[in-house]
Design a binder for this molecule. Sequence first.
Ligand code: MEV
Length: 438
Amino acid sequence: MSTSVSGFSKFSKSKKIDWIVEHYFSGKEETKEIIKRYWNSDSTLQQLHDEFIENTITNYYLPFGIAPNFLINNSIYAIPMAIEESSVVAAASKAAKFWFDRGGFKAKVISTTKIGQVHFMYKGDFDKLERFFKNVKNTLVSEASSITKNMRKRGGGILDIILVNKTRDLENYYQLHATFETLDAMGANFINSCLEQFAKVFTNEARKYIEFSDIEKDIQIVMSILSNYVPECLVRAEVSCKIEELTEDSTISSEEFVEKFVRAVNIAKIEPYRAVTHNKGIMNGIDAVVLATGNDFRAVEAGVHAYASRHGRYSSLTDVSIDNGIFKFWMEIPLALGTVGGLTRLHPMVKVALELLKNPSAKDLMNIVAVAGLAQNFAALRSLTTTGIQQGHMKMHLMNILNQFDATPSEKDTLIEYFKTHMVTHRSVIDELEKLRH
Ligand code: MEV
């Protein structure tokens, strides 16, 4: 029977494992062995990982794969991807090769502004609050100067702070809405430190402001936090070619392919059920690169999906056009990424990933990540509208099923050969494996 625990974080790693196994796995030694098998024998490396979070008991591996042949703005990249889904790297590589032969991807950062807000409550006259804000705005910036010093030296920092009246939506609710340029840093710590400083100075100054009544002096800070919605930190990725260049084989004509492809995008534009899956496919590519490069994929996910709903209905992130015989496929998405600070300095594999990408600036990385997303969507729509997704997917999944049933190397060879000409289903793989074994 499981139970609650106090002081768990103070237990040693072994004691944590003992406790978990005793209370949740009936003391099974086998579970302890599995957990410990994932420890790294290099104790320095293990300690590094232990200290990323609290209560670490082991490591959780994800495959780190490479999608080569990405031609982006005339440079060739091999893109690192950390992901468990079997077909993603293969699909990205296939799309990369396809577009390599057709001029490659073009990508461009449109804007790089990050956002943070101090949410506060004020019971009083708005005109007075506005006058107070105008008075105190420069002080807010100057009192954050020790936090912003290094960022300013490199050309970034606080861009602006505005006062926003939200009382129509929520009684007494206002914001300091601040914008930032954080250059190669994702900027979360920088922004949050600035915001907390704004909040402190703002409330202190309010207490001293002679125009305010006692109630007005009492500004209540609710919270100070960056926004992961960054619609002004935008990147655009695009591919284009002549329609007749679009087919690779004779099973489908270019015109037929284009028609099906455009229809698929148009469906994702107007149908949220489809749009979510369509965009999920895009995020397969995006998250994998974001994760491999030590960035915050939850922040990216949240921001991208909010952006997909910006017109009031959840919709496709990608778009397509046909003009004068030219097929153009593109996407604009918000991406707040960093190539300095955070995990980028700490995680050895993140360093490898960044070096593989030629030590990109945050803007370069925005380009690369957006391209990975566009490529993934192209690959998904290409298979969905032609062969169907299961053919490629199940081929990749074959290895997972074989591993699940502990297939030997020779069984794997035989069955991989067999399934080159037979349809892969979970059942058919098990059946063929059983036939081999008897
Ligand atoms: C699977 O992970 C992603 C797809 O479902 C995306 C899509 O449907 O466009 C194949």
